[in-house]
Design a protein around this ligand. Structure first.
Ligand code: TYM
Length: 342
């Protein structure tokens, strides 16, 4: 009698996302991406990656890069990434990413890379080091995603253009060589897709901002968080009301508060009606500090257990490499690279 399975569980969809180890992540990284990475684990098979190769596009002291890579892995575990059910790894530990990147580069146009706003922004920021890696950065990112045939990529708004080019590259490759890659979808949160600088609320919050008061780091203690929010640039009208164009500072703080409390903008406006910015800023600061406290405690514990973190990364690299290697072999065959038997 043929074996039958009454209720075969359909394969879960797959997630891939990454973050660069260029220093301690900010509240923007957390609300835009990392928090969702943890939440989505219940419904997807997830691969999460420390994108150390991407970090090389900006010059960094080698010892600092190594330290940041391990620390970021510990922070991802502290945020709740479960390495037993999912895969946590470092990009450079899976060489197949760079192998696929070359093939994809040969299927990407100079013109489409020239249109990337992040390339333009970063070239303007580092005029002395406009390197080719900065230019081909989105190709490596496409390789990261396509090599696992990821269905979903949780990112903040600033990465959506890179995701779009990954889809374009995948579609073009499939058109020329036959169905090979899954076209990935972005997953951008409703509240928190773009957290703005506390100092200049028309700019994205970024850890590379020279003004340290413009960002909240995920490791900032409560006093620092309160101090930074108190200094946050608002306006002189004194009313807590959401209006991203006219009141970018207040609207950004409302977005942060909404992301943590789940309240709507209208509910927040009602909650703080007739109260000054001082009260409001304190509430945002306390909510943020309370939400980050358990992550910080777990992070501190994990920093003391280097062997555990390294073990997770070793296991993650082996599991990721198995999946990635399969894709690269298939792609090499499709494009006509000679493969020898045995
Ligand atoms: P990175 O390291 O700049 O940022 C990591 C994640 O944080 C999000 N993010 C924000 N979200 C909201 N508000 C902000 N102010 C804010 N700042 C950062 C980013 O959108 C991102 O989701 N290229 C990627 C890393 C990467 C990657 C990948 C991502 C490499 N390969 C493959 C997805 C899939 C980057 O530089 O992210």
């Amino acid at each position: 009698m043929p074996e039958t399975q009454a209720n075969p569980t359909p394969a879960r969809k797959r997630i891939l996302s990454g973050i660069q180890p260029t220093g301690t992540p900010t509240l923007g990284n957390y609300l835009g991406a990392l928090r969702n990475w943890a939440l989505l684990q219940d419904s997807y098979d997830c691969l999460y990656m420390v994108a150390d190769l991407h970090a090389l596009t900006v010059r960094e002291e080698p010892a600092a890069l190594r330290r940041h890579t391990r620390e970021l892995a510990a922070l991802l575990l502290a945020v709740g990434i479960n390495p037993n059910e999912h895969v946590l790894f470092v990009q450079s530990h899976v060489p197949a990413h760079t192998e696929l990147s070359w093939i994809l580069a040969c299927n990407t146009q100079f013109g489409e890379l020239s249109r990337m706003t992040q390339f333009k922004d970063k070239s303007a920021k580092h005029p002395d080091n406009v390197n080719a890696g900065l230019f081909t950065y989105p190709v490596l990112m496409a390789a990261d995603i396509l090599i696992y045939n990821a269905d979903l990529v949780p990112v903040g708004q600033d990465q959506t253009q890179h995701l779009e080019i990954a889809r374009d590259i995948a579609g073009r490759f499939n058109g020329v060589y036959g169905p090979t890659f899954t076209l990935p979808e972005g997953y951008v949160p409703k509240a928190g897709a773009k957290i703005m600088s506390l100092g200049e609320p028309t700019k994205k919050m970024s850890k590379s901002d020279p003004n340290v008061n413009s960002f909240i780091l995920m490791t900032d203690d409560k006093d620092t968080i309160v101090r930074k929010f108190k200094r946050a640039v608002t306006d002189s009208d004194g009313v807590v009301r959401f209006d991203a164009a006219e009141k970018p500072g207040v609207s950004n703080l409302m977005t942060i508060y909404a992301a943590f409390t789940g309240r709507s903008m209208q509910e927040i406006e009602t909650e703080f009606a007739g109260r000054g910015y001082g009260d409001f800023k304190l509430a945002v600061a306390e909510t943020t500090a309370d939400a980050l406290a358990p992550v910080q405690a777990e992070y501190a514990r994990l920093l003391g257990d280097k062997a555990y973190v390294d073990g997770v990364l070793k296991d993650g690299a082996a599991r990721a490499a198995r999946l990635a290697g399969r894709t690269v072999r298939k792609v090499y065959r499709k494009v006509g690279l000679l493969q020898l038997e045995g």
